[in-house]
Design a binder for this molecule. Structure first.
Ligand code: FES
Length: 579
């Protein structure tokens, strides 16, 4: 029995609730104030529901309902649920960027779990950074854990056309800048894009990370695509509540699920869904919390030969709601499994392997989900570039790039930082044409700080009006998962850490060759040495507080941009009490 005393004595929560005397009184009595009867402390699994609900995180604003479903599932399975809030990261409102706070939120999650009487955890996450923050924090404790994503919004519709979060925000903004639409039309589109609860419904970072949760096996089948307002989203939350009790009884910890095989599967799934480049950073950071060896080069190696199967924005035309109705992620996983591109035996929180979860999945719309034999785009895994401009690597998402620009030589147009970019990009005198390579510095983890999603720099209006829609763009920044273009990102080391990106000047010849995985600055070593001698590191953006801690301790993008002292975990040992 899940709540038998014999097993319960060993359970972590009994170090609190199973105590006698003064301490037992303290631990139980205050919890009883909600009407919790004494028998709930008999050693049954105590399940934490880690909630990122916040009105400041609109994508997660339905999480109270979801938490109630999880709770019901926990009660039904004989567990005792306790919901708790953690820092929530709203992508749209947080400044300077939610990524600055991913690691801080992960610390909140880790310490909240370890410090409390919990035997297992259900993580409620949705908006971009909430998913990696919760996974990373929970991984450093390593209790039995299930991830439940909040689900994507319903499709946006504007004047008879699908419009997708982010993707059409960029295109509508460019239409406005180029004078193709009016301000009134722009405002009208705002209320047509996000018309239900849920997270961004393109295959942006939130949908990518929800897919990663499912592909890693730490979420239940269907987790990625059920819309937030679909009854099945509630069902999956309810089922997670039931399953977590079982995982605690069987002591199936997070590290049993998040193995090297699970990460291999996730990387291939990311290629097959044309997923966000942000997943590269988040999965490397997560793996390093668990001691799983995962490098930037694994992304390139494992993604080779994997085709994009889904026709979803920002690479294609459909949205997550369409993906759900077509069969969702299990169809993609089945395709990979049949092509020999899946570690079939990877265990998942359903209690079955990933292959058992997916092998019978049916494709209900082959225009939305295509096949490995006839894919949407060929060989589109994340490409890792190296060269004298990025000794520790940079990445590009080929599925979002313009094919003819993937091999390109051009003269650099350099922006020293994002303020310099904003100050000059609309200047008609800016010397830039369709062969130029835009270079943006000081937007990496330390430089911004927080590595903002500014790598997909908007093009100058002059070029937009000429019908030019893409240029090679290079930076140490990230790019929104909903964005597109021939955009080289995450250049490491970043400019603010003294990487060669800091040395690029206007007019330098830059070469991008994606097929050869090359990113080269054609400037002599002697000249680069001269420039390095003259280079001075930028002053830290903040002298105190968390931002200062972040700047001093953040790792480079190629290492997951975690704080150096958070890599690894401290485990679930019960802390001493304070009385
Ligand atoms: Fe929350 Fe896009 S803004 S997922």
């Amino acid at each position: 029995m899940a709540n038998s005393r014999g097993r319960a004595r060993k359970r972590r929560s009994q170090a609190w609730f199973g105590r006698e005397g003064k301490m037992g009184f303290i631990y139980r009595s205050w919890v009883k104030n909600r009407g919790i009867p004494h028998d709930q402390f008999d050693g049954r699994p105590v399940i934490g529901i880690c909630n990122t609900y916040s009105e400041l995180t609109p994508c997660n604003s339905h999480f109270r309902t979801l938490a109630e479903q999880v709770k019901t599932g926990v009660w039904e399975a004989g567990g005792f649920p306790l919901e708790f809030p953690v820092m929530s990261l709203g992508e749209t409102l947080l400044r300077p960027t939610a990524m600055l706070y991913r690691n801080l939120a992960s610390m909140d999650v880790e310490e909240s779990i370890r410090a409390n009487p919990l035997d297992g955890v259900v993580l409620l996450m949705g908006c971009d950074k909430t998913t990696p923050a919760l996974l990373m924090g929970a991984a450093s404790v390593d209790l039995p854990t299930i991830g439940v994503s909040g689900g994507p919004m319903l499709s946006g519709w504007y004047r008879g056309e699908r419009i997708g979060s982010g993707t059409n925000t960029w295109s509508l903004s460019e239409d406005l800048r180029a004078g193709r639409i009016t301000r009134e039309e722009f405002h009208e589109a705002e209320s047509c894009m996000h018309r239900s609860h849920g997270h961004c419904m393109t295959m942006g970072t939130a949908s990518t990370m929800a897919s990663m949760v499912e592909a890693l096996g730490i979420g239940l089948p269907g987790n990625a695509a059920y819309p937030a307002v679909d009854a099945r989203r509630n069902l999956i939350a309810r089922e997670a509540g039931r399953r977590i009790v079982e995982l605690v009884v069987k002591d199936v910890r997070m590290s049993r699920i998040l193995t090297g095989a699970a990460f291999e599967n996730a990387i291939r799934v990311n290629a097959a869904i044309g997923g966000s480049t942000n997943a590269v950073i988040h999965l490397i950071a997560l793996a390093r919390r668990l001691g799983v060896k995962l490098s930037l080069d694994d992304w390139d190696g494992l993604g080779r030969g994997v085709h994009t199967l889904v026709n979803l924005m920002p690479n294609g035309k459909y949205l997550m709601e369409d993906f759900c109705y077509a069969g969702g992620l299990p169809v993609v996983i089945r395709e990979l499994g049949e092509a020999g591109l899946l570690r079939r035996n990877a265990l998942t929180v359903s209690g079955k392997t990933i292959w058992q979860n997916s092998r019978k999945a049916e494709n209900h719309n082959p225009d939305v989900i295509m096949t490995m034999a006839q894919p949407f785009k060929r060989d589109t895994g994340i490409a890792v570039l190296r060269g004298n401009l990025a000794p520790d690597g940079a990445i590009i998402k080929p599925s979002a790039a313009t094919p003819k620009l993937m091999q390109h030589k051009g003269r650099a147009v350099v922006f020293e930082d994002i303020d310099d970019f904003h100050a000059r990009i609309d200047d008609p005198k800016l010397k830039i044409d369709e062969s130029s390579v835009m270079v943006l510095k000081n937007c990496g983890p330390k430089g911004y700080p927080g590595m903002a999603e500014v790598g997909n720099m908007p093009l100058p209006p002059r070029l937009l009006k000429k019908g030019i829609t893409d240029l090679v763009r290079i930076s140490d920044a990230r790019m929104s998962g909903t964005a597109y273009g021939t955009v080289v990102l995450h250049v490491a080391p970043e400019a603010a850490a003294g990487g060669p990106l800091a040395l690029v000047k206007d007019g330098d010849l830059v070469e991008l060759d994606v097929a050869r995985r090359r990113l080269q600055l054609h400037v002599s070593d002697e000249e680069l040495t001269r420039r390095r001698t003259a280079w001075k590191p930028p002053k830290p953006a903040m002298a105190r507080g968390y931002t200062r801690l972040y700047i001093d301790h953040v790792n480079q993008a190629s290492e997951g941009a975690d704080l150096d002292f958070l890599v690894g975990g401290s485990g679930s040992a019960v802390p001493r009490d304070n009385h």
